[in-house]
Design a protein around this ligand. Structure first.
Ligand code: PEP
Ligand code: MG
Length: 937
């Protein structure tokens, strides 16, 4: 072997008029050489381009220049055809013009100069391959010209069939195939498609012509046009084209092809396609590929036909060949819905051998791609051809069932099944749906889809009326419509099947509670004005009265007038259960629940939560039988009075904790100490004033009036200008240590009692709204004193962990020192978002919609975590906390813990778990499993 020599290269550039050549100076034995490294051609406009770019790729006839991996270039259709060629599946030969040609066109307004030559060569090759020539008068080559982007955009762009026919060769085609009707029918289809797609003649012009010829020739709707009628149609179509386009239909097949290719490329820019891309977030720069394929004909007679199918039922996922077939027809007859096709199963009787082949080929395709295929086929005189195969669009139910069954059939791995099911499918399948298929209605209002599922019920405007109208056993469905909801509405919310509020966001009280209850909720619905006194609510343009029916679509935030039917969800689906088990078994995909009551805890456990990540203790006191004791505690003006009230609350709270520990046996339960400002537990100031006025005029006792005045005074003392940044969170615990002492006592006494009965308990005490490490030190001390007292009294101990919520920017910045003092941290992303943005959680709706519309915000930051700002704080805090204490456990318990996109981020920064409301657990489990699989790659 020749010895390698180390050289110090010098680069040279050789600039010519049309190209630049890069060379390197190399010292070799015997002198110096300047071998060429690379050559770059210059375009007319001086732009540089690497050596000649290829635009056209052939397929079919046992040869394919491409495969599935080139989907970005060849589009779904082109890649599928290339791949089918490689699998020796019969596809009519042709070539695909790559999306690079379209992209060039988008940029320069024209196809590249070298394209015409490449197209001419591709046409020659195709002519050789099929043994027919364009414009051969006896046996012309006809092609289809179809669009096909990398991302499926069904029906958005254009297709032209039978390109290559003209007045002369249509006769040859008829003679060759012994059917003038077939040839004329093919020609009129070309005129119709070419006229509308390439020359812009309105489609209705052609339809009207077809109708009038039918009338004149007395041919009924649905019956086939005979030869005479077709000849008339062709003449009138040509006339219409000339009249509308100002030029005759091109008789030269090559000119037809060139024009058709340009028109299909241009169809990337049509309004439909643009709109579709916008909705589905598809980049405008991708461009479409164009597939030119030799025609096969399904309209040759009864041994021919065309069909579309799916390898599994796309609505149910059932593993049966599903689709439709139409004999003696061309593809668009099925798609356009102009004919009624027969179920594909009937093909087994009509053409058993073709059916057998189709089953065989499509099962091979499904196994090859490992996914449900949506395919198109044509039978031409007893011979089967596949025209297209692609991954099928499917319902939520089908997505889940097919993914699970494909694992069982050995087609895909469990991980792939988890990756494949969109998280939306879980939301969709688990929530009852409004059946909008039966009715065509416009919504009367729109708001924020704050909690999925749907509801239909009679409107009620107050909590009391909700309870009353719903009935003792909640037998009447009612929807609570409020300007906004407060803690006082909890009873009404419990009684209702759904809530609609004019104000509030996705993390506002109504939304949080609704999700917790698994009920439908639409918040921040503009155009709603509730007049409780008059008993009316204006919703959009409708004036509604209590008792009127409305329906809420929680998935989209739409409000409808009337009682719309609901179709039940398929929550008990065994495939869903299997998928969820696999998701739960995925490493590092822990999901806990935000559960405030034993009832919530039971739902959380049923859903497979691995613990409770947030128990908001104050929610326990909103229950109607507890609120009076809580109010007594808040109204207390002396420590003694407060302690007395706390003593009555202690057993209530302890009983709840006992039940929760029972339900969550063996799993951690994070209990957050009291968080909201105390005035939230008091009645509304205006209501109390009104009560005083009423009491005075009705001769109520002086004692009662003075009690009410006391309440009013206390409301005044406790009310704050900005309660969200006021006397709440750990600040309450610091200023009212007796409340904290009671809560710690209730937690630990409950843990000891349940633990003694042989059940494993894992209590975690969490301090809310921490801003500095000194607060933790102070409260830790208070908690330890209370714990010591319990342990001494009970003569037993129970291990517990102490943690802090990171929900203030300052806490995030100081995460290292907070971590040193705690066992775990949990990000309260609702407050962290509120405090980082300075957007009030309850008032931000006023401008967030405008921000979203103007593109100032891409997403509502209270729904999907803002990764750039809030996320940056979270990453930094996690890094700092783990560097200070490697073993620290870190979770998320804000509403973002149930949002798939946010979950992906949380997993990427290595949180140990996310916690969300019970109803969202299945969704979060799948999202967390998907994120973990992605993170492990
Ligand atoms: C949070 O702020 O994210 C949180 C979980 O606490 P809350 O919503 O109760 O303020
Ligand atoms: Mg909070």
């Amino acid at each position: 072997m020749q010895e390698m020599q180390r050289i110090s290269p010098t680069f040279y550039v050789e600039a010519g008029l049309h190209e630049i050549t890069f060379r390197v100076k190399a010292s070799v034995p015997g002198g110096e050489q300047y071998p060429r490294l690379s050559k770059i051609s210059l375009h007319r406009d001086g732009e540089s381009m690497k050596s000649k770019e290829k635009y056209i790729y052939r397929f079919g006839d046992h040869a394919a220049e491409g495969d599935e991996s080139m989907r970005d270039l060849l589009g779904g259709k082109g890649a599928g055809l290339a791949e089918m060629t490689r699998l020796s599946i019969p596809v009519p030969p042709g070539f695909t013009i790559g999306a690079n040609a379209c992209r060039y066109c988008l940029k320069h307004g024209d196809l590249p100069a070298e394209f015409a030559g490449e197209l001419a060569a591709a046409v020659c090759r195709l002519e050789e391959s099929v043994g027919r020539k364009f414009n051969d008068e006896r046996n012309p080559l006809l092609v289809s010209v179809r669009s096909g982007a990398a991302v499926s955009m069904p029906g958005m762009m254009d297709t032209i069939l039978n390109v290559g026919l003209n007045d002369e060769n249509v006769v040859g085609l008829a003679e060759r195939h012994g059917s003038l009707r077939f040839a004329l029918d093919s020609y009129r289809r070309l005129l119709q498609m070419f006229g509308s797609v390439v020359l812009g003649v309105p489609k209705r012009r052609f339809d009207a012509t077809l109708d009038s010829v039918r009338d004149e020739c007395l041919i009924g709707a649905g019956a086939e046009l005979d030869e005479t009628a077709l000849e008339q149609v062709i003449e009138r179509f040509k006339h219409a084209i000339e009249q509308h386009a100002g030029r005759p239909f091109p008789m030269d097949p090559r000119e037809q092809l060139d024009m058709a290719v340009c028109a299909v490329i241009e169809s990337w820019k049509n309004e439909r396609a643009q709109h579709y891309r916008k909705i589905h977030n598809i980049s405008d720069d991708l461009g479409t590929a164009v597939t030119v394929q030799s025609m096969v004909f399904g309209n040759f007679g009864n041994d021919s036909g065309t069909g579309v199918g799916f390898t599994r039922n796309p609505s149910t996922g059932e593993h049966v060949l599903f689709g439709e077939f139409l004999s003696n027809a061309q593809g668009e007859d099925i798609v356009a819905g102009s004919h009624t096709p027969t179920p594909i199963a009937e093909l087994a009787l009509a053409m058993p051998e073709i059916y057998r082949q189709l089953v065989d080929i499509t099962s091979r395709l499904e196994a090859h791609y490992g996914d449900i295929q949506d395919f198109e086929f044509t039978v031409q005189k007893g011979k089967l051809f596949l025209l297209q195969t692609r991954s099928a669009k499917r319902s939520a139910c089908a997505a889940i069932r097919a993914a699970v069954e494909m694992v069982e059939e050995g087609l895909i791995s469990r991980a792939e099944a988890i990756r494949r099911v969109p998280t939306d499918a879980i939301t969709e399948i688990l929530s009852p749906q409004l059946d909008l298929s039966a009715v065509k209605m416009q919504p009367i209002a729109r708001g924020l889809a704050a909690s999925p599922s749907s509801a239909t019920g009679q409107i009620v405007l107050t909590s009391e009326r909700a309870v009353h109208l719903a009935g003792k056993h909640r037998e009447n469905p009612v929807i609570l419509v409020r300007q906004e909801t407060t803690a006082d509405d909890i009873q009404g919310m419990h009684a209702s099947v759904g809530f609609l509020t004019a104000r509030g966001g996705a993390t506002s009280h109504a939304a949080v509670v609704a999700r917790g209850m698994g009920k439908c909720c639409i918040t921040g619905a503009s155009g709603i004005e509730v007049d409780e006194a008059a008993g009316t609510a204006r919703v959009g343009n409708c004036e509604l009265r209590e008792g009127d029916w409305i329906s809420l679509d929680g998935a989209t935030g739409r409000v409808f007038q009337g009682k719309l039917p609901l179709r039940s969800s398929e929550a008990a689906d065994m495939h869903l259960e299997t998928l969820r088990t696999w998701a739960r078994e995925t490493p590092n995909a822990k999901v806990r629940a935000n559960a405030d009551t034993p009832e919530d805890a039971r739902r959380a456990r049923q859903h497979g939560a691995v613990g409770i990540g947030l128990c908001r203790t104050e929610h326990m006191f909103f229950a109607p039988d507890r609120l009076p004791q809580m109010r007594a505690m808040v109204l207390a003006s002396t420590l003694e009075q407060r302690q007395k009230a706390l003593d009555t609350l202690l057993p209530i709270q302890q009983a709840d904790f006992e039940e929760i520990f029972h339900v969550m046996a063996g799993l951690p339960v994070t209990i957050r100490l009291i968080d909201p400002p105390l005035h939230e537990f008091l009645p509304d100031r205006e209501e109390v004033k009104e009560q005083i006025t009423q009491a005075s005029s009705h001769g109520t006792s002086a004692e009662e009036i003075s009690r009410l005045e006391g309440v009013l005074q206390r409301i005044g003392q406790l009310s704050e200008v900005n309660p969200m940044m006021g006397h709440r969170g750990c600040r309450l615990g610091i200023t009212y240590p007796e409340i904290i002492a009671m809560q710690v006592k209730a937690i630990l006494q409950a843990a000891i009692k349940v633990g003694t009965s042989g059940i494993e308990v894992e209590p975690e005490i969490m301090i809310p709204l921490v801003s500095c490490v000194e607060e933790i030190r102070h409260l830790r001390n208070a908690i330890e004193i209370a714990a010591k007292e319990v342990f001494q009294q009970q003569e037993k101990t129970v291990p517990y962990r102490l943690g802090a919520m990171i929900e203030l920017p300052r806490a995030a910045m100081c995460a290292a020192s907070i971590a040193r003092e705690t066992d775990f941290l949990s990000f309260g992303t609702n407050d962290l978002t509120q405090m980082t943005y300075g957007f009030s959680r309850d008032d931000a709706r006023k401008f967030i919609d405008a921000y979203l519309e103007l593109g100032i915000l891409q997403d509502d930051p209270f729904v999907t975590l803002d990764q750039e700002g809030v996320g940056a704080l979270i990453s930094l805090a996690i890094r700092e906390a783990r560097s200070a204490k490697k073993s620290i456990k870190i979770g998320v318990c804000g509403e973002h813990g149930g949002d798939p996109r946010s979950i992906k981020f949380f997993r990427s920064v290595c949180v140990d778990y996310v916690s969300c409301s019970p109803a969202r657990i299945p969704l979060a489990q799948l999202a967390m499993a998907q994120a973990s699989l992605e993170h492990a790659l």
